[in-house]
Write a protein that binds this ligand. Sequence first.
Ligand SMILES: C[S@@+](CC[C@H](N)C(=O)[O-])C[C@H]1O[C@@H](n2cnc3c(N)ncnc32)[C@H](O)[C@@H]1O
Length: 317
Amino acid sequence: MRCGTGVVRPGRRRWFLGSGAGRALPGTGARGAHVHPRHRRGPAAAARRRRSDRGRPADTARRRHRARRRPGGQGRPGGTVRRGGRPDRPGGCPVSTVDSACGRASVAWRADPYTDALRTGRGPLFLRRHDGWLLPLEVERWCDQADSADMAVLRRCEGPVLDIGCGPGRLVAALAAHGSRALGIDVHPAAVARAVHSGGSALCRSVFDGLPGEGRWGTALLLDGNIGIGGAPEALLRRVAEITAPRGLLLVEGACADVDERVEVRVDDTRGGLGATFPWARAGISAVERHGRAAGWTAVEEWSTEERCFVALRRAN
Ligand SMILES: C[S@@+](CC[C@H](N)C(=O)[O-])C[C@H]1O[C@@H](n2cnc3c(N)ncnc32)[C@H](O)[C@@H]1O
């Protein structure tokens, strides 16, 4: 599949904000090195990788979450958002323009390197930490179709699905193709436009702004390292609890390494393109569960597949 004009290689690369402890890669040394192998490894990551795709009960709640998907589900949050059209909720924005909410949110994500990568469907692209660490962003995978690891997540969705930080929209497109109600939100207009182009419904909006169907989403998704959005996982998880329905489900991709850190980063293509600094976070599964507990979530399942690690959390009420 192509995203933009560039040929997209189906890749196995991981979002290394979400896995591996990371290793300093001086920009010059990393030039052309799309994913540093050291980002993939580590004992904790290996331990996570050994776990079965079918998942296991989380330590905190030894309850098995059955694999199931209920198209339609409860209510119609986001039902007023037309694919490729203008949401009829006041304050909504056409998918390919920036409204005031989008204007306020995460301007740094709209830095040229990310825009270029979305346009071409290619990296290299990284988040650069102040100390020079480069954390690879898997643009090719995001611009490809949902893979088996993604589908294992989507099979667990219940009711209408909100994909937070949807990027080019492979997940909302896959859900739409399966007849499930789903909306992607992202602060990047080009990402939203791509998501719509790929067949999903998407809205240019920050998760911290007013959203359609607040309190009625059956499932929220925070994948590809998006637990880092805003740089404060607990605050993000509290916000997601407001958005989801009582007993709603939250599916999070965490780092496969045991990390819990807040960082200042910039989008960097290592070819001279550098965005503004913004806060981000990295959280392993244990940290996601811990932040989740503080925000009113209970972990109900963990699983790993294709070297990616996930946890399902359920809202208490
Ligand atoms: C790590 S990328 C994940 C990409 C995405 N999951 C995909 O499949 O392409 C983070 C995404 O979150 C978006 N983002 C950043 N801050 C956001 C916010 N406050 N609300 C919604 N989306 C946000 C960025 O524009 C970016 O597309």
